[in-house]
Design a protein around this ligand. Structure first.
Ligand SMILES: *Cc1c(COP(=O)(O)O)cnc(C)c1O
Length: 327
């Protein structure tokens, strides 16, 4: 069965969102002799500090006049909400953003500054989802899903097209994996160009819902744990419609990284490249640095998916205080 997102949809998304998103830079990393070349795709420098604006703009732009007039709602661990709030403000729509109590304070503040209505709902991400669905019904808002929506997936896929233009020789791509919108979109884009390009999905040891679901063969629910990779927390939905199946077919390999490895990757990015990466954005780099994926490829690209991290958290990661730190 074909997916509900084609490579054409990704090209269409690219055209729609072009005025509003940046083409982020690629830099070379590990410039020592590792027998392979490694590159970082710096989506931490994207507008709002993560790739999520790609999907958010593509989805919002697809809404009809009536839906736009009523406004949109999103549930978020931070970055999706910030992206939706930003895109809504730019396009002149009302946005309601539902957050769980665990959401990182600096991310809540950024969303508030964008003028969105914030609803703090639920102890966990999954609880916030329920509150949001209820609000949507009552207020007739359009739900902007963080990953399980063809327009959102196509938007995230534009990152894959860019990557191919910037590093046409790439033969393996490491992507952070949570709900799977990023992996699915990038997968569609790159596999259509060359099915031999390996797509490696990386999650944290603390709550890798998609990876466990892929192993089980169906969507699972896991308890949410505290992790430096707060952007990767949350379920994939038991009624997952798109990303589970797409990741099942498009992701070649999965890797898990520990909190120490994530902290080391954040520190490395800052020290070596003066690049600020949040925990969720650093898991691909953590997988590479830890040597957990075989370096059998010649050109590896790592998607550095976001940079929204509190200074204090980054400092603790830098100082190696991770073991004692309250995340
Ligand atoms: C949302 C997010 C991810 C994961 O994307 P999915 O589409 O949910 O897999 C990775 N990194 C950052 C920084 C994010 O905000």
């Amino acid at each position: 069965m074909p997916f509900d997102v084609s490579v054409r949809d990704v090209y269409l998304a690219r055209q729609s969102i072009a005025p509003w998103v940046l083409q982020t830079p690629v830099i070379e990393t590990l410039e020592r002799d590792h027998g392979f070349k490694a590159y970082l795709k710096l989506e931490n420098l994207q507008r709002t500090g993560s790739f999520k604006v790609r999907g958010a703009f593509n989805k919002l732009l697809s809404l009809d006049e009536e839906a736009r007039a009523r406004g949109v709602i999103a549930v978020t661990t931070g970055n999706h909400g910030r992206a939706v709030a930003y895109a809504a403000r730019v396009l002149g729509l009302q946005a309601v953003i539902c957050l769980s109590k665990d959401t990182v304070a600096s991310k809540v503040e950024a969303i508030r500054r964008l003028g969105a209505e914030i609803v703090e709902a639920g102890e966990s991400y999954d609880e916030a989802v329920e509150v949001a669905f209820d609000l949507r019904r009552r207020r007739g808002l359009a739900m902007i899903h963080p990953f399980d929506d063809p327009r959102v997936i196509a938007g995230q896929g534009t990152l894959g097209l860019e990557l191919l233009e910037q590093i046409p020789q790439v033969d393996a791509i490491l992507v952070p994996l949570s709900g799977g919108g990023l992996a699915a979109g990038v997968g569609v884009a790159v596999k259509a160009t060359d099915p031999g390009i390996r797509l490696i999905g990386v999650s944290m040891v603390r709550g890798p819902v998609m990876i466990e679901s892929l192993k089980a063969g169906h969507p699972l629910t896991l308890p949410e744990e505290k992790t430096l990779a707060d952007a990767l927390v949350g379920g994939i939905g038991e009624g997952n419609q798109h990303t589970f199946r797409m990741c099942h077919e498009l992701v070649d390999e999965t890797v898990l990284v520990s909190e120490d490895e994530i902290a080391a990757a954040m520190a490395f990015a800052y020290r070596e490249h003066h690049v600020v990466v949040e925990g969720g954005g650093a898991v691909g780099l953590a997988a590479l640095l830890s040597g957990k994926c075989e370096a059998y490829e010649e050109s590896v690209a790592v998607v550095v998916s976001g940079g929204n991290v509190a200074v204090a958290t980054l400092a603790k990661a830098m100082l190696g205080e991770i073991e004692s730190m309250e995340i």
